[in-house]
Design a binder for this molecule. Sequence first.
Ligand code: S3P
Length: 430
Amino acid sequence: MELSRVKLVKGQIRVPSDKSISHRAVILGAIAEGKTYVEDWLVSADTLATLRVIRSLGVKVVRKGTNLVIEGTDYTFREPQDVLNCANSGTTARLMLGVLSTQPFFSVLTGDRSLRNRPMLRVVEPLRQMGASLDGRHHADKLPICVRGGSLKGISFFNKRASAQVKSSLLLAGLRAEGYTEISEPYSSRDHTERMLKAFGVNLYKMEGKDGHIVKMEGFQKLYGTKVVCPADPSSAAFFCALALLVEGSELILKDVLVNPTRDGFYRKVRQMGGHVEYTNLRELGGEPVADVVVRGGNRLKSVEVKPEEVPSLIDELPILAVLMAFAEGTSVVRGAQELRVKESDRIKAIVENLRAMGAKVEELEDGFIIEGSMSLKGATIKTYGDHRIAMAFSVAGLVAQGKTYIDDPNCVKVSYPNFYKDLFSVVQT
Ligand code: S3P
C-alpha cells in the first residue's frame, strides 16, 4: 500500500462497532438463558474468532450482516470436538479461558503465531486459584492451553496490571463459582463486561477500597437474554480523528462513538494537546455513553505527558497518539505503558522504529517512549509486524508526511477494521 499527503479531510463517518463490546455481546448472549439480539455487531477477524469458538461449543447463532440472534444456553456448553482457534485475538483467548474454566469438560485453546507468544499466566493463575485445571506451553503461560473446569469457588484478586481482559475472564468464571468473586485494580480498566452483565440482569457492586477500584459479584446468578446495540469503536475512530487534526481546514464528524470514560482517554489527551475535539449529541446506548465527535483540523498541537494511571483509558490508542506527538510542539512522554510490549506486536518497538524511519527523534523506554515533536515527518517504509493498530496509525502518518509511505502488510487491518482503507479514502481529498 502506497500513501501520500492529502489536502483535506471532510465529511462524516460511522466507523465499525466497538470490538470489546462485540466480543462480550456474543459471549454473554451464549451464557444467558433465552435469545439475545445483537445489532451493529463488528464483523472483523477478531470478533469472528469469538463467534467461531462459541459455535464450536454448541451454541446456535444466526448472523445476518451485522445482526446476530444468539440462542442462549444458560451456561451449559457442549465439549468441543477440536482445538478452538482464537486466531489473533487476545480478548477471545483470555475471556474464553474464564468461560471454559466453568465447564466440566476438556477443551484446548490456541491462536496464531502472535497470540501463541502472548502471556496467559495472568488469567491462568487466578483461574487455577478458583479451582480450574489448566495446562499448556511454558507452564501454561502460552497457548495452546488445555482446560478442564467446573466446581469453582470465588476469590479476591488484585489485578495489578488493570487489565480488562483479566477482570472479565474472572467475572465470567465467577458467574459459576461458589460465593463471591472480587477483583480490585489500581486504576479502572474498561468496564464493558460489568455494564453488559447488568443489562443481562446480574447484580454486581462497584466500590472504592485501599487497593483502588473493586468489583464484586455473587456466583450462580442467571443471565437473561436481551438486546445489545453496539456503538462505534473509539479506538477505530481515533485514527480518523488524528488525521483530521493534522490537516488544516479539515472538519470531520465521527458518528455514534462510544465515549465511556474508561475508553476515551485519547480524546481527553488530544484536547489537552490543543486539538479541537467536541462531543455532541451525547446520549446513552445500551448502558454505554455515546456521542457524535466533531473534529476540526489545523490547531497547533502542544506536547503532552501520559502518566501510568492514564494508560488503561488509551492503551490501544498509543500508536496513533505517538504520531500526533511527533507533530506537536515540544517533548512528549509516555510512561507506565509496558503492556504495549505484549500486544499484537511489541508496540513500543514498532512505534519507535517506524517514527524514526519517518525522521522523528524518539527515545525508547522500557515502559514507554519520549518523542521530540517537530512539524513534519517524511515518508518511509513501515513495518507493521502484522499489527492492525500499527498499520492504521502509520497509514495516517503516511497521509500527512512529505513524500511517499509504504505499508508492508495493509491486510492486517482486518483484525479490527476490514474496510479501513476504503473508509479512509472516502473522507480525504488529494
Ligand atoms: C481489551 C482490553 C485491553 C485492550 C484490548 C481489548 C478488552 O487489553 O488492550 O485491545 O476487550 O478487554 P488488557 O485487558 O490486556 O489491558
